[in-house]
Design a protein around this ligand. Structure first.
Ligand code: ADP
Length: 950
């Protein structure tokens, strides 16, 4: 502190009053110590100021003392004073300018002494001082040095000086003023603190080292349900701290007190207290040492009720667990849309991790087209209005659109202020999908039940509850609005003859809880009877419940019956067909045999050289016989086709050459009738092969060509042309003959239809075209005809195209070499045949053309013996023998060393082309069909005997 600022006292007034400095000083010290004692004993500022003012006035010997307080606006408030009379009463505002002694003192921060304040240029004199006639003064600031709060002034009317001691004294008084004021403030503070502690909702307890309660506030009263008057002064053991576990609670506290007393450090624990009304309080307990002069005298325990906090924490944890486990995306966001929380389901649905999403704007997952809607949602939430189950679309991280149902709720804080929003989004794409799948399944179940005419039902005997599927009503012809029926009512609808059966099966089934399966009849309105198949079994998933089905099998029954009838009809038809063709085959064989004699002998006669009229008769016999033969052959073929026994062996056949062969065969007929024959191969355009049976195709071609010639007119024409399609080849046989009338065309391919030709001279059987059609169809081909009525007809044959054959025709393995016949003087022929007429015919032919020896056998076995015995030059072998087949004989001949080389010519009345191939395969040298053509027969025999026909 600087030295006090001292002003010389005014001249002439110096030493007007003498004082003894020593005694002065002693008085001042005395006054200060007395004042100090008061300050200690009774630090009440309001009372202390007056005392201090009086002590200063007396000890400093001044007329006026003022104690003023500085106001915030720079003005002064009088706190106390002596000597001013009415002016400057305590509590009044002091009239003093900004340039006052007080302001000057405080601004200088050092005591100020003035000898004549009226004349002093440093400051103005306040009005009350001037009016009181004050001249000399000493002034000190009161309060902390840097921050004084008041001013103490002593002043005299007479001019005088103030010594350093005076200033020290004033300072001491100022310090005491400050101390008292501070003490009072501290006391007030402490009181406030004590009050606060007392009123605190926390329980605050002080316990001394003897475990006696020293302090027990209101909070403690309510926590422990015990008044302070019943607690203070007693030990912990003397009061009941808990309703439920008193020992445990007091043990806990004692343990805490012991620990704190021993260590001198704080101690914390959480505990619970059960209230009398059953409420449980969660308490956090802080125990701290309570020290007096550095010694731990006891402890202060603060018990805070954390029940609500605990509950909130638990609720929070539960909520967090629910949010985490939820399948729905749960997202927290601010009112501005910033994401604040993001649960695992949100991660899964949207593909962003919580780390990536939190802090971003919610528009992260909102497609551009839904931004406006988002704006509306946020606006609604900002108004505090939730949005519920809005079905909309969101965007996943990988750009996928997700269908969601969104609910957004406003979130409020404890004071009810809106602070954010919570969004729950549920994926509904999958749900929709599942719903759709379920609907589809139900629909397909209903459809299949309807198609299968199958109804399903359930029946719970206890509750008599019955359910029917829609189809049940259809089966029972019952209105669905009438509901399902069971028991007696249902039984009444069962055919009376089936009721017992149903009852029996039902009893059996329920006894053994087995499957019930029964067929019975239903009586429906209007006398309609339906057959149903009933299935029932115990519901494996629900006790006391049965499930089952009822299937209307009426149509099935009918169909089964029809099928059975059809089957037996077919079996009958097939066997009839077989019988027919067997009959025809036998018949034709039987017819051929006599025909062989007729034709054979007629031809022999012809070779005799007859009279002209005899020759004419013989011609008629032969023509009739040939016609009969043709008829037999065709009927037989047709019978075979119809019974499915005609076998075709398709191969690649070169169509043009097949046509040319057939044309060559009919050329004599054409020449005879004056009809021109032409083949135009241009339509083939390089394609050659069709898939056909060579012999059967030849048969068809001959039929078509001979018809075209037969039903033609003189100088008519027949032309064969070709057409090729990607898969087939067409052969067109066109003539410009008599044509076929339109109405007849439909009957063209029917057997025995000659369409009026029977009235003409043209010979025919009416079977050719029917057979051709059947043969072509057996070869996967077809035939059709068009006619320009009277201007000729065109027959079109269609066959499948074929790749060229693997092996060129003519590459067949060479036939077995002929046995040399030349050089043998007498030829021996063995004829194995059971028909005497045939034997006679052949015998006559051979005698005439090949003189030699004919040995005959009417049985196969005998024939074999004769062959081995006589080693004939030729064997003629019939296929049908009484004891064995001609083929077997042939095989044995070829198997035997001695007979292997003998040429064999087979003969048959069978007329089956397939047989010729069999014969060749087994080693026959030739195969002739009966009735024999005598010329060909002579030719064949001649070749195999090594001599030409004569
Ligand atoms: P048919 O043995 O009578 O010739 P088809 O079955 O071969 O028996 O022919 C049946 C009938 O179709 C013949 O009788 C004839 O009336 C008629 N027909 C067949 N081909 C021709 C044709 N090219 N021109 C006119 N009529 C034909």
């Amino acid at each position: 502190m600087r030295e006090p600022e001292q002003e010389r006292p005014a001249a002439g007034e110096e030493g007007g009053f003498s004082r003894d400095p020593l005694s002065e000083r002693a008085r001042q010290l005395q006054a200060v110590s007395e004042l100090g004692f008061v300050a200690l004993a009774h630090p009440v500022f309001r009372e202390f100021t007056g005392r201090a003012a009086r002590v200063v006035a007396e000890a400093l010997d001044v007329d006026v003392v003022t104690i003023d307080e500085l106001l915030d606006d720079g003005g002064l408030l009088s706190r106390d004073g002596v000597g001013l009379g009415g002016a400057g009463e305590a509590g009044e505002r002091v009239e003093s300018g900004t340039e006052s002694l007080a302001a000057y003192t405080i601004a200088r921060a050092t005591p100020v002494i003035t000898g004549d304040m009226i004349e002093d240029p440093r400051f103005d004199v306040r009005r009350s001082f001037r009016e009181a006639g004050l001249r000399s003064a000493v002034s000190v600031a009161v309060g902390p040095e840097r921050n004084p709060w008041g001013i103490l002034i002593g002043a005299t009317r007479r001019p005088r000086t103030f010594t350093g001691d005076d200033v020290s004294f004033m300072r001491s008084v100022a310090n005491l003023l400050e101390a008292v004021r501070r003490a009072e403030e501290t006391e007030r503070e402490l009181q406030r603190l004590a009050d606060a502690l007392e009123q605190a909702s926390d329980a605050i307890i002080s316990i001394d080292s003897t475990y006696a309660i020293r302090r027990w506030n209101l909070g403690a009263e309510s926590v422990f349900e015990l008044a302070a008057s019943d607690a203070v002064g007693r030990t912990i053991d003397q009061i009941n701290l808990a309703t439920r576990q008193p020992e445990e609670v007091s043990a806990q506290i004692k343990e805490a007190v012991r620990t704190v007393l021993a260590t001198g450090r704080g101690y914390h624990y959480d505990t619970q207290r059960h209230h009398g009304d059953g409420q449980v309080l969660d308490l956090a307990v802080d125990v701290t040492p309570w020290r007096i002069n550095g010694r731990t005298e006891g402890v202060t325990a603060v018990l805070r009720d954390i029940t609500t906090r605990k509950q909130a924490e638990q609720a929070q944890a539960r909520l967090a667990a629910i949010v985490d486990a939820s399948d729905d995306a749960i997202i927290g966001k601010t009112l501005a849309g910033e994401i604040t929380s993001w649960n695992p389901a949100a991660e899964r649905i949207y593909g962003y991790s919580a780390e990536e999403a939190v802090g971003r704007d919610i528009s992260l997952v909102v497609p551009a087209a839904r931004r406006e809607e988002l704006g509306q949602i946020m606006a609604s939430v900002q108004r505090g209005v939730p949005v519920t189950r809005l079905e909309t679309e969101r965007l996943s991280r990988d750009g996928r659109a997700i269908e969601v149902s969104v609910s957004v709720s406003p979130v409020r804080d404890a004071d009810g202020r809106l602070v954010g929003a919570a969004t729950v989004a549920r994926e509904i794409g999958e749900r929709r999908e599942a719903e759709r799948a379920r609907e589809e399944m139900l629909q397909s179940l209903a459809d299949s039940q309807r198609l299968a005419m199958l109804g399903s039902w359930t029946w719970a005997p206890r509750t008599t509850q019955i359910t029917w599927s829609a189809q049940m009503y259809a089966i029972f012809d019952r209105d669905p609005s009438d509901g399902p029926i069971g028991g007696e009512e249902l039984m009444a609808l069962i055919h009376p003859d089936d009721r017992q059966l149903l009852t029996d099966v039902h009893a059996e089934a329920t006894a053994g809880r087995r499957l019930l399966e029964v067929d019975c009849r239903l009586l429906r309105p209007a006398g309609v009877i339906r057959h149903v198949h009933v299935l029932a079994y115990a519901d494996p998933h629900r006790p006391n419940r049965y499930l089952g089905t009822v299937q209307d099998v009426t149509e099935q029954r009918r169909a089964e019956q029809e099928r059975a009838e059809l089957l037996s009809a077919r079996v009958r038809a097939e066997s009839a067909n077989r019988a027919k063709s067997d009959f025809l085959a036998r018949m034709s064989h039987e017819l051929r045999t006599p025909l062989n004699s007729i034709m054979g002998f007629a031809q022999l006669l012809e070779l005799e050289g007859l009279e002209p009229h005899q020759q004419q008769s013989l011609d008629l016999v032969l023509r009739a016989a040939r016609h009969l033969l043709e008829l037999i052959n065709e009927v037989l073929d047709l019978a075979r086709v119809e019974s499915g026994r005609l076998s075709v062996s398709p191969e690649a056949v070169e169509l043009e050459s097949a046509v040319r062969e057939a044309v060559e065969l009919v050329a004599p007929l054409a020449a005879e009738r004056g009809v021109g024959l032409r083949v135009d191969p241009s339509g083939l355009s390089g394609h050659r092969y069709v898939n056909a049976d060579r012999n059967r195709l030849n048969q068809v071609l001959l039929n078509l060509l001979s018809n075209a010639i037969k039903y033609n007119r003189p100088r008519g024409h027949v032309e064969v042309a070709f057409e090729v399609t990607p898969e087939r080849m067409r052969l067109l046989v066109a003539d410009d003959g008599i044509g076929i009338p339109g109405e007849q065309l439909s009957k063209l391919f029917e057997p025995f239809e000659r369409l009026g030709a029977e009235q003409t001279e043209v010979e025919g059987t009416g079977l050719g075209l029917a057979l051709s059609k059947a043969l072509l169809e057996a070869m996967q081909g077809s035939i059709s005809a068009v006619s320009r009525g009277g201007e000729g007809s065109t027959f079109t044959v269609e066959l499948q195209r074929s790749e060229p054959p693997e092996m060129a025709p003519g590459d067949h393995p060479p036939q077995a070499p002929l046995a040399p016949a030349s050089g043998v003087p007498t030829r021996v022929v063995l004829y194995i045949e059971d028909n005497i007429a045939n034997l006679t015919l052949v015998d006559q032919i051979l005698q005439r053309y090949f003189p030699g020896r004919l040995i005959s056998a009417i049985q196969g076995r005998l024939g074999l013996d004769l062959a081995r015995e006589h080693r004939p030059d030729l064997v003629l072998l019939d296929v049908h023998l009484p004891d064995m087949s001609g083929f077997d004989v042939l095989q044995q001949l070829r198997a035997d060393e001695s007979t292997r080389g003998i040429p064999v010519v087979m003969l048959t009345a069978d007329g089956n082309a397939g047989r010729a191939a069999d014969a060749q395969r087994l080693g026959a040298d030739a195969f002739l069909t009966k009735p024999i053509d005598v010329r060909s027969f002579i030719d064949v025999v001649g070749r195999h005997l090594g001599r030409g026909a004569t």
